[in-house]
Design a protein around this ligand. Structure first.
Ligand SMILES: [Zn+2]
Length: 190
């Protein structure tokens, strides 16, 4: 049961790894964003966003202070796909502020002018990180699972306990060392 759960977790991790790798390749050609905007409360509105562009992922939050008489704007989810990558320059902001290292960074900007509404200002905070680090992180569990599976199969083939490697030729049904029940062995084992 535990092994099955671990296998499921490793398979999920592998799917996420492949998805992130695809997004990484895609980010060279297209910038994608996911945004969530809250409703305006006490003239303040928050925008949470995630962007993938040019080999960089960015997560950010913008807090906008609207003029007093600004009517309630729209809130909810927005998706922007396939924008030109050059339009999204979040990593540059972090670089300009000297807070970028090996593709990791953070940036904050205050009192940004929100151009289309007079008197509206926004504060922005964002972090950036490379797609590659997420791809590597999601690859660890599937790689370990593959290595362990390979070792177990090799041990079983040689008549050893798949769990601890103890020689099971004298006691093929149950390991006297760790108590593991031996799986049905292939009769063609060399
Ligand atoms: Zn054993």
């Amino acid at each position: 049961m535990r092994r099955r759960l671990l296998k499921f977790a490793a398979a999920t991790s592998l799917v996420l790894c492949v998805a992130m790798a695809s997004l990484w390749v895609r980010s060279r050609f297209a910038a994608d964003s996911l945004q969530y905007t809250t409703s305006i409360k006490a003239n303040r509105q928050r925008l949470f966003w995630a962007t993938s562009s040019s080999g960089t992922c960015a997560l950010g939050v913008n807090t906008t202070r609207w003029p007093v008489d600004f009517p309630a704007g729209s809130s909810g989810w927005n998706v922007y796909l396939k924008r030109p990558p050059r339009e999204v320059r979040v990593l540059e902001f972090a670089r300009q502020q000297g807070r970028e290292f090996l593709g990791f960074g953070a940036a904050s900007r205050r009192n940004l002018l929100v151009s289309h509404v007079q008197g509206a200002r926004a504060d922005e905070f964002l972090i950036v990180f490379p797609h590659s680090i997420i791809v590597v992180a999601f690859a660890i569990a599937p790689a370990l699972c593959a290595i362990v599976g390979h070792r177990r199969r090799r041990r079983a083939k040689r008549g050893l306990c798949p769990t601890c490697g103890y020689d099971l030729r004298a006691t093929p049904d149950c390991c006297p060392e760790c108590g593991a029940l031996a799986p049905a062995r292939p009769t063609a084992a060399a």
